[in-house]
Design a protein around this ligand. Structure first.
Ligand code: PMP
Length: 398
């Protein structure tokens, strides 16, 4: 059956982890996949998650199916986190949320839902974007376009280019925006720029689809929702795909959500009905454990505080590694201004390393970086930072 079919290429990011695992070099460093690591190089289960799991183990009474959109308590907690507790969007009931298997699942459910009712819409992605955005939305049947985003020469947001692109997107098309900690560049719009982006969406009538995979990794849980608040304040339609993979470390529990925000509660009810039929044919209903863990933490003030503390610890460690990398390269006399690495936010930096250097680092130093030069700063530790700085310096000074 598969004789005449060529094998598919390995996933550009997850394929790198497979190669990393096979590498026998004890000094190997994985700066590829977007997974947080502590200073020992481990991806630990957060203490707040362990505490919540104890509670669940003692209280869980059934493994029966969840409702199609997941546990209602989960949806409520997701909304509180996205919008803040007293937001009008929540009080008016014009937002509906379904638990989706991870942020990826949420993006795909949103894609399939939109495709049903807006079959001719195009989906606009930032240039560059997370590679899987292209794959997910083309699998949902959309034609893809790109809007300007990153100014590679000056290593900053190309805001003029971005607004020029956004102003030319026709009403009814879908625009995917990274809410914070842009993947792969680490460069986000500032507050004034978000206000302008939201205003353009309102003027032009395109549909904002926010990808919110890193809430809390930029500045704080509250500050990182600024973009969501701007779109909410417009009173119109938009979608949010959110994920607890990173901020709760629930990667393998596939814990994400799709939230549809509509102008009225009546429209939200219609949207919810179609959201449920879309999910029913994809995976019927979501996995329970991660959602129950997240809701248990978000519901209990003492676990919530513990989570905020642990999340802050992850964010600060990544910032420390950004600074250490910049200082390490400067100390080794590598030419150039690397201060942009410390200014970028979230897990990633577009390092500016060429494809040749990326290959050289992998082949000669067992340092794994995604093609395109995206570095996951969370893969750096106080033990391997010197090795990585030496290797990059050697690669650039050859
Ligand atoms: N969006 C972006 C921008 C991401 O970086 C990721 C994870 N790498 C996701 C969505 C999906 O996350 P999840 O693992 O929850 O599917």
């Amino acid at each position: 059956m598969w004789q005449n079919i060529e094998a598919a290429p390995a996933d550009s990011i997850l394929g790198l982890t497979d190669a990393f695992k096979k590498d026998g070099n004890p000094e190997k460093v994985n700066l590829g996949v977007g997974v947080y690591k502590d200073d020992e190089g481990n991806t630990p289960v957060l203490s707040c998650v362990k505490e919540a799991e104890k509670i669940l183990l003692a209280s869980e009474k059934t493994k029966s199916y969840l409702p199609i959109p997941g546990d209602p308590g989960y949806g409520k907690n997701v909304q509180k986190l996205l919008f803040g507790e007293e937001n009008e969007v929540i009080n008016s009931g014009r937002a509906v949320t379904a638990h989706a298997p991870g942020g990826t699942g949420a993006l795909r459910v949103g894609g399939d839902l939109l495709k049903k009712f807006y079959p001719d819409a195009k989906v606009w992605l930032s240039s560059p974007t997370w590679a899987n955005h292209n794959a997910v939305f083309s699998a949902a049947g959309f034609e893809l376009e790109q809007y300007a985003y990153y100014d590679a020469e000056n290593r900053q947001l190309d805001f003029d280019g971005m607004t020029a692109s956004l102003e030319n997107i026709p009403g009814g098309d879908v625009v995917l925006l990274h809410t914070c900690c842009h993947n792969p560049s680490g460069v986000d719009p500032d507050r004034e720029q978000w206000r302008r982006i939201a205003a353009i969406s309102n003027e032009k009538g395109w549909i904002p689809f926010l990808d919110f995979a890193y809430q809390g990794f930029g500045e704080s849980v509250e500050a990182d929702r600024f973009a969501v608040e701007q779109f909410a304040a417009l009173g119109g339609d938009f979608l949010v795909a959110s994920s607890f993979s990173k901020n709760f470390g629930l990667y393998n529990e596939r814990t994400g959500a799709l939230t549809l925000i509509c102008p009225t509660q009546k429209e939200a009810a219609v949207a919810f009905s179609h959201l449920k039929t879309t999910i029913r044919v994809l995976y019927s209903n979501p996995p329970a454990h991660g959602g129950l863990v997240a809701a248990t933490i978000l519901d209990r003030p003492e676990l919530y505080s513990l989570w905020i503390e642990e999340l802050g610890g992850m964010r600060e460690r990544i910032r420390d590694m950004r600074r250490a990398l910049v200082e390490g390269l400067v100390a080794r006399g590598v030419e150039g201004d690397f201060s942009y690495i410390a200014r970028q936010r979230g897990m990633f930096s577009f390092s500016g390393l060429s494809a040749e250097v990326v290959d050289w680092l992998r082949e000669n130093k067992s340092i794994y970086v995604v093609g395109g030069g995206r570095i996951n700063l969370a893969g750096l530790t106080s033990k391997n930072i010197g090795y990585v700085c030496d290797a990059i310096a050697e690669a650039l000074q050859r």
